[in-house]
Design a protein around this ligand. Structure first.
Ligand code: G1P
Length: 293
């Protein structure tokens, strides 16, 4: 059993966003909005809901907009204050106080395993959460907190999983299926982006992890894997061999915001849930669909 609470979250944001060109040519994909809030803020807020207060972003060249978003915006705040726009001012200021932010750089895109290793000195000697920014979950259901519960019960590293269509398994890290289905299960096999034929199941790792400090030892010894990148999944496979890896299903609905269609769906669903926009937007969509027959 682990006695250490999960206090820190690592979020890699150095990726180039090649799945979302041209909008990501000159701006970080993490800053694309879901309605009016950037994707990265949704992810940070999910970590905070799971009780985490310290956020470590693994960043790279051309990503300054992310740091600016979580920093004080002096000119904007001054202007809003002078114009008496109190609500907007509070909104802008609250982002800076969401959590404590730290930034480490990943100079070269050498893979997810490498990105996590770049954060080692900022994480130190304690278990931590890892959240991948492309995966965004419905805010009303637990996502990361489901993993924290599994970690508290087992003391192991935990991967958040969901079932995906069999023809999509080659996009994900895939774990063995549960026997029988419980709140979580022991992982003995995990494979990065397997073909449909060799995939151990259709349970995919969906961008949420709790990692014990032991992961760093395995990351340090990694050899390049699939795509010639240092794959986190290969280090997780070492934990699985040691009987130290748990899979926890995430009940929340997931959107892969790095995929254009999923990004559009996420915007529609998040907008429909908004108190200030939902009803008008629903009526607009309904009329639009009716007009198309
Ligand atoms: C990464 C991981 C993969 C995981 C996926 C979840 O892949 O390597 O194991 O299933 O994220 O989104 P990527 O999407 O970066 O290729």
């Amino acid at each position: 059993m682990s006695s250490k609470p999960i206090r820190k979250a690592v979020i890699p944001v150095a990726g180039l966003g090649t799945r979302f060109l041209p909008v990501t040519k000159a701006q970080p994909k993490e800053m694309l909005p879901l309605v009016d809030k950037p994707v990265i803020q949704h992810v940070v807020e999910e970590a905070i809901r799971a009780g985490i207060g310290s956020i470590i972003l693994v960043t790279g060249r051309g990503k300054q907009a992310i740091e600016n978003h979580f920093d004080v915006a002096y000119e904007l705040e001054d202007m809003l204050s002078r114009r008496g726009k109190t609500e907007d001012l509070e909104l802008v200021k609250s982002i800076t106080h969401l959590a404590q932010f730290a930034y480490v750089r990943q100079g070269e895109p050498l893979g997810l395993g490498h990105a996590v290793l770049c954060a080692q000195h900022a994480v130190g000697d304690e278990p931590f959460a890892l959240l991948l920014g492309d995966d965004v979950f419905d805010e009303e259901d637990p996502a990361l907190s489901a993993l924290v519960a599994a970690h508290e019960a087992t003391g192991h590293s935990v991967v958040g999983v969901q079932q995906v269509p069999r023809e999509h398994v080659s996009r994900y890290g895939i774990v063995n299926a549960p026997q029988p289905l419980g709140p979580w299960w022991n992982v003995h096999t995990i494979v990065e982006k397997p073909s449909m034929e060799i995939a151990p199941s259709d349970w995919a790792v969906v961008g949420r992890y709790i990692l014990t400090e032991r992961i760093f030892e395995h990351l340090q010894n990694l050899k390049p894997g699939v795509g010639n990148e240092y794959q986190l999944t290969d280090a997780l496979a070492m934990l699985a061999m040691e009987g130290q890896l748990t899979a926890a299903p995430i009940p929340a609905k997931r959107f892969d915001t790095g995929n254009k269609l999923d990004y559009l769906k996420a915007n529609v669903e998040f907008a429909l849930k908004r108190k200030d926009l939902g009803n008008d937007f629903y009526e607009y969509l309904r009329d639009l669909i009716n007009a198309r027959g």
